[in-house]
Write a protein that binds this ligand. Structure first.
Ligand code: AMP
Length: 423
């Protein structure tokens, strides 16, 4: 098969790494890719918002499967355009991508299908929203309805904080994404990410994972795209997995199909495991980054076969098999991230780290004159498999310490929750 992956992050390098292992792969392209993907695929300098350019390339190269990595092209309808051109695509339709593109859409589906989620109200004007906030009190959570690059959520400990954020939403801080807001009850518990491949009618659960959103150790500092992850997440016990399947994923797949907008691709449920059980915080319509980096190395089954079965409605025939090892990834970011960062500093060492169960996935990197250069905020994902989470964590940090990059930093406590449970 000839495959084109869309995206340039650590998630897309992990997808490329998994697909490249498939005996069924004939040729792999990544658009635009990064300094890691170019070692196992051909990077193509395409603008991923230019759907016509992507389709033209896919036709010229006789691509058999387009794999959409990030959320933005999925929400922009690239999946529809690819399928309309007669090509196969791993990724949702624009209508189904509303599960990530609109928090109000997902809340309405939860109401319709009795899916457990935080109590909420949705508002399109500030005075009504403020009155509701005051009636509810803090702690409370305020969310811009649309995509806001991970910045559209305020978990407010005080009413003042909530009102300030609300005002920002209604005065254009998030553009059209903030024209409507969802205000919801604060949920207490431990978070976990659960992934399901869906072909519109059937789904298969993948393993669970947990990421680390805050920039610094001890879950301190600003929110980021994710500073590390591990899989499996011990909080997702077999009982919780079964409940999440029955109470959340299954009714979502059924509800989307009944509405005439079946979901295809990967459904990523952000869950809060509360004393009452699994509760849906949000849906994403793509793999998590960095969760993909700990899921894909654990997969025994051919990833390309799974993605193709998802795209062609054949998931009922497949049950993925997992390696028994745990996996941990540690993100190395440029100092200053998630704020503005400098580009171009040299990184030494990653290319020497290579084993079946120790992988350095690249995110913001590029190569020039034989040197590896930082090219963004999150730069590398140092990923290790081992029999336990503790051993995988130790292996990942031992590899991190072999990387010479004074301009970078990482968290030193990835997987602390899982390790605390086991101590
Ligand atoms: P979201 O973009 O909806 O996933 O929200 C981002 C983060 O805000 C989540 O990963 C949670 O840590 C937190 N969060 C969102 N909604 C709630 C809630 N209802 N209660 C507690 N924390 C929340």
């Amino acid at each position: 098969m000839r495959v084109l992956i869309i995206g340039s992050g650590g998630r897309e390098h992990a997808l490329a790494w998994g697909i490249a292992k498939s005996p069924r792969l004939e040729k792999l392209f990544v658009a635009p890719g990064n300094g890691g993907t170019e070692t196992l695929a051909t990077n193509v300098p395409l603008d991923i918002t230019d759907h016509a350019a992507i389709l033209a390339f896919a036709k010229t190269e006789a691509i058999d499967l387009v794999v959409i990595g990030p959320d933005a092209p999925a929400v922009a309808g690239l999946g529809d355009d690819v399928r309309a051109a007669g090509l196969r695509c791993f990724g949702p339709s624009k209508a189904a991508a509303q599960l990530e593109g609109s928090k109000g859409f997902t809340k309405a589906l939860c109401d319709e299908m009795a899916i457990p989620t935080a109590r909420y109200a949705r508002f399109a004007d500030e005075p009504a929203a403020r009155a509701y906030l005051r009636a509810q009190g803090a702690p409370i959570v305020v969310k811009a309805d649309g995509l806001a690059a991970g910045k559209g959520v305020c978990v407010a400990e005080t009413l003042e904080e909530a009102e300030t954020f609300l005002h920002e939403c209604f005065t254009g801080a998030f553009g059209a994404s903030g024209a409507s807001v969802v205000i919801e009850e604060f949920l207490e518990g431990e978070e976990a990410s659960l992934f399901a491949l869906c072909d519109g009618e059937h789904f298969v659960l993948l393993e669970s994972a947990q990421d680390h959103k805050r920039a610094f150790d001890g879950d301190k500092g600003p929110n980021t795209g994710g500073m590390g992850a591990y899989s499996p997440a011990p909080v997702m016990t077999p009982e919780m997995l079964e409940r999440a399947r029955r109470e959340i994923i299954e009714p979502t797949v059924r509800g989307m199909s009944a509405r005439g907008t079946p979901f295809t691709g990967v459904l990523y449920a952000g869950l809060m495991i509360t004393p009452e059980g699994p509760t849906l915080i949000e849906y994403n319509v793509r793999f998590g980054d960095p969760e993909a980096q700990v899921l894909i190395p654990r997969l025994e089954t051919d990833l390309l076969e799974l993605l193709e079965a998802t795209a062609t409605g054949r998931l009922a025939e497949i049950e993925p098999i997992w390696r028994p090892e745990a996996c941990v990834t540690v993100v190395l970011a440029t100092k200053g991230y998630p704020g503005p960062v400098g580009k171009g500093s040299e990184i030494r060492g990653p290319d020497a780290i290579k084993a079946d169960d120790l992988i350095v996935f690249h995110a913001g990197t590029r190569r020039a004159d034989g040197r590896l250069l930082a090219n963004g905020g999150r730069v590398l994902d140092v990923t290790a498999l081992a029999p336990t989470i503790a051993a995988a964590r130790d292996r990942a940090y031992a590899a991190v310490d072999r990387i010479d990059w004074p301009q970078g930093f990482c968290r030193r406590d990835i997987a602390w929750r899982a390790l605390q449970r086991r101590d």
